[in-house]
Design a protein around this ligand. Structure first.
Ligand code: APR
Ligand code: PHB
Length: 390
């Protein structure tokens, strides 16, 4: 079996890369460890930058997104009971974000790939990468109990933080940077109307809270919790009480409660691997970096990587030259580090750190006060929120 590019992972990164390459006439095989349903069962963030929407449109996979996505022109910050709206549209010369679940992006990309006829193998076990230090890499895996092998020109490691691709790189060839935050987010999905038309990010003595949505009838809420917390410890009532305590009273009053249809805890981490190219292996998306979810950069950052990687691979095949491949890592990392800074900064402003000193708390207060009083500070936040151009 031979393919031009073997993509490891059928998350948003792998599927979007597959779509961009297919459109350019490049033949790809996607290998995914899990089943389709398992991949679609993961609930993740739901805010798309214009650049991400643009890529989905470019590959012809935005019909439902354009129909059902909610365009947002701003979001709110609640800080110890004070309210501040960030008018992202006015502050960024007309840019907006679109609220549309990542699970739905994945579903649309899966259907799009299936319709294109390009191959995806789900439940590919024991995926292993070989010979990517030379021009003829190979990937092996086990399918229905049988050993399988594919030769290729390029391997794209789009297999997330726990994937095999990054782990296959010799330790001396890769450097990693990491911050693990000492708390998690407890998320609840419920079929209740959202408490506000726009997202609310709340910083409170009791901890961070976020009011988000999937549609006008489905809400997604989060509260900061302990790292070692357990979902089973949180009844729905406890969750709604905690959420309301952390919001300003006007917002709290608008919260409509109902039974949760999903409840989970996610850890918060900042992580970057450098570089992103190892011979003929390239890393993209969560395989290369993790951001804390504050600001919803995870999927958008993955889309940026994939955009740069697709450009490089298309140039590689068109020009029969590795020159474009050489630029991928630096281009992607430049954007990645800026998004890492943004997510870290918004996380640091809005969360309650057990270890923080009185000085550090005053710094949080001063940063919010600066946002309240300075349009320049608001603009910097808004520009980070809508995402850097590619
Ligand atoms: N072999 C094959 N597939 C694998 C392997 C493996 N050894 N390990 C992991 N995978 C698959 C996972 O099952 C998953 O479906 O790779 C996929 C990676 O998908 P994601 O984790 O969603 O990562 P990515 O596509 O880069 O998407 C980035 O998703 O995780 C969120 O916050 C993140 O929003 C961001 C976006
Ligand atoms: C979500 O809707 O799940 C969401 C929105 C914004 C974030 C994080 C998560 O910053």
């Amino acid at each position: 079996m031979r393919h031009q590019v073997v993509i490891i992972g059928a998350g948003p990164s792998g599927l979007l890369l597959g779509a961009l390459l297919h459109q350019a006439g490049i033949d790809t095989l996607i290998l995914e460890r899990q089943s389709r349903d398992y991949v679609l069962g993961r609930i993740r963030a739901g805010v798309l930058e214009q650049g991400t929407v643009g890529l989905l449109r470019q590959v012809g996979c935005a019909e439902r997104l354009d129909r059902e996505g909610l365009v947002h022109e701003g979001f709110a910050l609640n800080f110890n009971g004070q309210h501040l709206r960030i008018d992202i549209k006015a502050l960024t010369g007309g840019r907006t974000v679109t609220v549309y679940g990542q699970t739905e992006v994945t579903r649309d990309l899966m259907a799009h790939r299936a319709a294109s006829g390009a191959p995806t193998i789900y439940e590919a076990r024991d995926v292993a990468l070989h010979d990517f230090d030379g021009p003829n890499p190979r990937v092996t895996w086990v399918q229905d109990g049988q050993p399988r092998e594919a030769h290729c020109d390029i391997i794209a490691g789009c297999d997330g933080y726990h994937g095999v691709s990054r782990a296959s790189v010799p330790a001396g060839a890769i450097e990693t940077f990491e911050r693990v935050y000492p708390f998690g987010w407890l998320g609840v999905l419920a079929d209740v109307p959202p408490c506000a038309h726009e997202l609310i990010y709340a910083g409170h003595e009791r901890g961070f809270a976020l009011c988000s949505m999937r549609s006008n009838t489905r809400s997604r809420y989060y509260v900061q919790c302990r790292s070692d917390d357990e979902v089973a410890r949180w009844s729905d009532d406890m969750f709604w009480d905690e959420l309301r305590q952390r919001l300003d009273p006007a917002a709290a009053e608008q919260v409509v409660t109902g039974p949760s249809i999903e409840k989970s805890i996610a850890p918060l981490r900042s992580f970057v691997a450098e570089p992103l190219r190892f011979g003929r292996l390239f890393l993209a998306g969560d395989a290369a970096h993790i951001v804390p979810p504050t600001g919803a950069k995870g999927l958008n950052l993955a889309a940026g990587d994939v955009h740069y990687l697709a450009e490089a691979l298309i140039a590689f095949y068109q020009d029969a030259s590795e020159a474009a491949l050489d630029t991928y890592s630096a281009r992607a990392l430049d954007r990645i580090w800026k998004a890492e800074r943004f997510s870290w900064s918004l996380t640091t402003l809005l969360h309650r750190f057990e270890s923080s000193t009185p000085f550090e708390r005053r710094m949080q207060d001063a940063e919010f006060a600066l946002l309240q009083s300075s349009e320049t500070a608001q603009r910097a936040l808004a520009e980070g929120y809508v995402g850097l151009p590619y």
